[in-house]
Design a protein around this ligand. Sequence first.
Ligand code: PBG
Length: 325
Amino acid sequence: MLFPYYRPRRLRQNKEFRRMIRETALSTDDLIAPLFTISGKNVKNPIESMPGHYQLSVENLVQEAKKIYNLGIPAIVLFGIPEKKDPLGTQAYAKKGVVQKGINAIKSKVPGIIVITDVCLCQYTDHGHCGFVEGNTINNDATLDLLAKAALSHAEAGADMVAPSDMMDGRVLEIREALDENGFTNLPIMSYSAKYCSAFYGPFRHAADSAPKFGDRRTYQMDPANSLEAIREAAMDVEEGADIIMIKPALSYLDIISRLRDEIDLPLAAYNVSGEYAMVKAAAEKGWIDGKKVMMEMLVSIKRAGADMILTYFAMEAAMELKKG
Ligand code: PBG
């Protein structure tokens, strides 16, 4: 394959050749759109650091889900911002909690769309941690029951899939058992398996008001320097009954996506997180980059690395770009 016998440019010379040899295709089928819901009537609070995203009360939430589904996007992932917080995050598993009501409304008005729910406590606890706080530590095993309760309450409200994002050890098993014991044997679990302790979650924590009030999440989320550990985390979740394995964030962790693609034979999801979105929006607003092109390049890179699906705040914009062709 040496020049002048081989010339890679031969197959790049026009659009059709390029189409024929393209190795990765991004599709609307791959996209999952995150939505934030809050209580109240007709609320649509813009999230400043995430242009185009809002905290939505239930009727606006349904409208947004409808738009997403009409664009051909198969799924949303739902986050709740509760009215009140307490040490045990009780609103996370309240029958009439903000997420539970949201799931119900979406499933009755837009029944086709897959509703995935984020299962965690940090938006619901007054200390802002993802688990049960004891002194200055997060008690792993005492958290498991609360997470299982939250997952079950989502299932009962009509969720199609639950996605635990807390990073407690053993939570997939606990959730699987709770779902099975209550007749939800068919409800899949998308596990945030390799979730790193990342500064890229900044804008999300404003959006969901979920920043920890003391310390940080380093005792439960993964160290960004580790890669073998991601394999152990994912393997554990597979054993515990996960149906889809997630890597989060996506862009600084493309090597982890690629590595898990080789190691794990379950579908892989990657979360293109809030900070990754905000950076593109901010630079595009300044005219420093072409936001749409950068968006498409990032999304295709996540697929090329090995993800089957992408949770992304760009979902609607990307679906519109894909429609244009
Ligand atoms: C809840 C949760 C977080 C995100 C998804 N689920 C925040 C966190 O762990 O601090 C981040 C999503 C994003 O930044 O887009 N635990």
